[in-house]
Write a protein that binds this ligand. Structure first.
Ligand SMILES: [Cu+2]
Length: 318
């Protein structure tokens, strides 16, 4: 569930709370004219206090801490803010399914509670002998089917989009080693480098612990970037995952998996290996630095020099 200022959940939540508050205020004004018992007034006041408390918790947990983009934050509820169109669509699909699940769960819960109460042996001494009801049976077959179709349409659309590699601007390759990620830029003179996690004493101001690497995967914004993902042939299975960009693709030895990302805004985006791969699993983070096209071009020039010697070492070392 995503609770930030723009999300569906947040909006609905605000609506429910303000709706209740309005009624409560009306009730406070008119309570002298309505014949309400003291008990009712007490209950209303209790509900009001409880909702205010919950609301302040939700709001403060998401606003008191400035949410850094592209990385997890304290007291985070739900996903990181989307930094790519695909991630935004994933969040939208999640929100849709979340509300469907919520309605079904509440419906079944209250139905069960009602049945337990109304048809208990005590209250229902002579049970009905009815065993079939055609309309009811058709309804409980058709309605779930419709619900599944409502969920399936956006789900398949998104699945198709995630695998649509027809409009690619550039390609990079990520290789999982034990325990670090290596990157190659086949479209840019084969720039090749490794990204090793920074130790605690190497961290600079603003670099998140266990998520920062010495070399960043520098990428341009607003470009469709194909990411080819594989693993060291003599290694194990890893998974290249960056939550804010909505990617998680397995890195399998001897197999080349593909996905693509499109980063909306410049900034730092962090990810981790997400396939339990061994003792170094928690120490092979992914640090992406998204920059403008011009900055990227400038970086490519310096990187060509900086990582020039890496290419020759590639086959021998790895
Ligand atoms: Cu791994």
């Amino acid at each position: 569930m995503v609770v930030n200022n723009h999300s569906l959940v947040y909006n609905l939540y605000t609506k429910i709370i303000t709706g209740f508050k309005k009624n409560y205020n009306c009730f406070l004004i008119y309570r002298h004219y309505i014949n309400l018992s003291k008990k009712n007034i007490k209950t209303m006041t209790k509900i009001n206090t409880f909702l205010t408390f919950i609301f302040s918790l939700v709001v403060s947990s998401n606003q008191a801490f400035a949410n850094p983009k592209g990385q997890p934050y304290e007291w985070q509820i739900g996903f990181q803010e989307a930094a790519s169109p695909l991630m935004q669509e994933l969040i939208n699909l999640h929100d849709l399914v979340f509300w469907i699940i919520t309605v079904i769960t509440l419906f079944v819960f209250f139905l069960m509670a009602y049945v337990c109460f109304k048809f208990s042996a005590k209250r229902n001494k002579e049970p009905s002998q009815t065993t079939h009801h055609s309309l009811l049976e058709v309804a409980w077959t058709v309605i779930p089917c419709l619900i599944l179709i409502v969920m399936a349409i956006p789900s398949f659309k998104l699945l198709y989009k995630q695998n649509d590699l027809s409009n690619i601007d550039m390609t990079i390759k990520a290789t999982g080693y034990t325990w670090l990620w290596g990157y190659e830029y086949p479209d840019h003179d084969n720039i090749t480098f490794d990204a090793v996690m920074l130790q605690d004493d190497e961290l600079e101001e603003g670099q998140p612990r266990l998520l920062s690497t010495d070399n960043h995967l520098v990428l341009p914004v607003g470009k469709n970037i194909k990411v080819q993902i594989t693993s060291d042939p003599s290694g194990v299975i890893h998974s290249w995952a960056v939550p804010a960009l909505g990617v998680k693709t397995d890195a399998v030895p001897g197999r080349l998996n593909e996905t693509y990302i499109r980063i909306d805004e410049p900034g730092m985006y962090y990810g981790q290996c997400s396939e339990l791969c061994g003792p170094g699993h928690g120490f092979m983070p992914i640090t992406i630095k998204a920059v403008s096209a011009d900055e990227f071009a400038a970086w490519v020039e310096t990187a060509k020099e900086e990582f020039a010697s890496n290419k020759e070492d590639l086959i021998v070392q790895k």
